[in-house]
Write a protein that binds this ligand. Structure first.
Ligand code: NAD
Length: 502
């Protein structure tokens, strides 16, 4: 660990538990054993607020993946896990949730130090969301069943359906909500009786490894959950082709999702793809301007804009455009730009130097295309991969900053005159993850909701996410759903059983 990182951790005073975890040699978790990669390779982990070396993680190989899949297969195809009653799976999921709750503070610290995000937001959103997800799906374990039918065929039959777990699930997750995204996929998989192999993002694997310690402590049988750290191009790509994986559940960018999805289809793997977004926000003239401006800023700048459903394109009625921008800027000014461990940090550093460079390039592209910088627009002097929260005014829909996913604290705005125009602008995107409407006219709101081509529509708020509601995109934002009862359909096969009766 570099001196600058040690100094940072000392300044903010992290827990002894987090210190213990961060100072030990990190290993992968395969078949209940803690192991290095088969070729001994590892990668450096950089702390984003200081740009210093934090630790190393093993870089798994295809051989490591093979061992993880074999362990998961053994448990699924007749191991201890396959024999567990639903109520026992429920109890284990609840125990896991209890342990996460008990260690919530430490997990939030690890997530903040690894990814750069605000520790307070990590506790409130990432860790609480993880706990809630396991508790929600624990409840489902005992409520999965088929149905009986009454065939009209001549003869006498008992016809019924069985819901059966899809098998070994390969889970690939990104770096923006490392633990929570993994939990979204794990909760339903375990509730239905599947076993899993997880590949965390190479930038943010630490919370998954700490989580694996809790998996052991909870008494979940060895091999049910395996964590293989490593590169997407090696471990991730091999997951898409692995014959021992029945379903691939991927969250990440649209280009990688398309590649992974095509490969997985060669073997007819079941698929969930949760991909990129460029979510539109419509602010009507009857909205509460101040409240809407604050919600729009929170909806785009939370997690420094590294949020798949961030409301990154705001279309605002022309009659309130100037006043709305004023409120937006005034509120954005109050958002504290600070290192992730600062309890009041709202705008944290971006995850990596590469992500910072990408966001700054987009900001330059926006300026060159003629968008007006109404606020921000620069990197913050380091150390740390900070970018100022940035607001562009008077954008056109054909600009790259309006069409492409930036994944940083950048909001593009434009005025509109009629609802029809706002809907057209909002839907003019390859993506369709989410949309938000700000209005106090209930009738207009209800008439606009069906016209928005997006998987979630938020009204007078942004990113209100709870495990009881499905999450997933339209268009190139993916297919399949995480969360909600809907997710279970993507982890279950339906078997039709016909019994000829005398
Ligand atoms: P990414 O696509 O680069 O990587 C995502 C994961 O895929 C990582 O674990 C990576 O190692 C792995 N990967 C990379 N190349 C691979 C390959 N060839 N084969 C298999 N796996 C491979 O995405 P990212 O930069 O980590 O995350 C940001 C993206 O994730 C954004 O586009 C964001 O919108 C999206 N995202 C979507 C959701 C959602 O629910 N829709 C949620 C969070 C993030």
């Amino acid at each position: 660990m570099d001196a600058i990182v040690k100094q940072y951790l000392q300044t903010y005073g992290i827990s002894e538990a987090a210190q213990r975890f961060l100072s030990k040699a990190q290993k992968m978790f395969i078949g209940g054993a803690w192991v290095d990669g088969s070729d001994g390779a590892s990668a450096e982990v950089t702390e984003p607020s200081t740009e210093g070396l934090l630790t190393h993680i093993p870089m798994g190989t295809v051989a490591d993946l093979d061992r993880a899949v074999a362990a998961a297969r053994e448990q699924f195809d007749g191991g201890e896990w396959s024999a567990l009653k639903p109520a026992e799976r429920e109890r284990l999921l609840q125990r896991l949730a209890d342990l996460i709750e008990l260690n919530a503070h430490e997990l939030a610290e690890i997530e903040s130090i690894d990814m750069g995000k605000s520790v307070s937001q990590a506790l409130e959103v990432d860790i609480q969301g993880t706990i809630d997800t396991f508790r929600y799906f624990a409840g489902w374990a005992t409520k999965i069943h088929g149905r009986t039918a009454e065939p009209s065929l001549p003869g006498n039959y008992l016809a019924y359906t069985r819901k059966e777990p899809v098998g070994v699930v390969g889970i690939i997750v990104p770096w923006n909500f490392p633990l929570q995204t993994m939990a979204w996929k794990l909760g339903a998989a375990l509730a239905t009786g599947c076993t899993v192999v997880v590949k965390p993002a190479e930038l943010t694997s630490l919370s998954a490894l700490r989580f694996a310690e809790l998996v052991q402590e909870a008494g979940i049988p060895d091999g049910v959950i395996n964590i293989v750290t490593g590169r997407g191009s090696v471990v991730g790509a091999a997951m898409a082709t692995h014959a021992g994986i029945d379903k691939l559940s991927f969250t990440g960018s649209t280009p990688v999702g398309i590649t992974v999805g095509k490969t997985a289809m060669d073997q007819m793997k079941r698929l969930t793809l949760e991909l990129g977004g460029k979510s539109a926000v419509i602010v009507r003239e009857d909205a509460d301007i101040k409240a809407a401006a604050q919600a729009v800023a929170n909806g785009v700048f939370f997690n420094s804009g590294q949020v798949c459903d961030a409301g990154t394109r705001a279309y605002i009625h022309r009659s309130i455009y100037a006043q709305f921008l004023e409120e937006l800027i005034a509120y954005t000014r109050t958002l504290k730009v600070a290192p992730g461990l600062d309890a009041e940090c709202f705008i944290s550093p971006l995850v990596s130097a590469q992500q910072q460079a990408r966001v700054l390039e987009y900001i330059e592209a926006g300026k060159q295309e003629g968008a007006e910088v109404a606020y921000g627009g620069q990197a913050v002097t380091g150390p740390g991969y900070f970018v100022e929260p940035t607001i562009f005014a008077n954008c056109r829909n054909d600009m790259r900053i309006v069409q492409e996913e930036i994944f940083g604290p950048v909001l593009v705005t434009a005025p509109f005159d009629e609802d029809d125009e706002a809907v057209e602008l909002a839907n003019d995107s390859l993506f369709g993850l989410a949309a938000a409407l700000y209005s106090n006219d209930l009738g207009r709101v209800h008439s606009l909701i069906p016209r928005l081509r997006a998987g979630s529509v938020y009204v007078n708020a942004h990113s209100t996410i709870d495990p009881c509601m499905p999450f997933g995109g339209y268009k190139q934002s993916g297919f399949g759903k995480d969360l909600g009862a809907e997710q279970l359909d993507y982890l279950l096969e339906t078997k039709a059983v016909w019994i000829t009766l005398p």
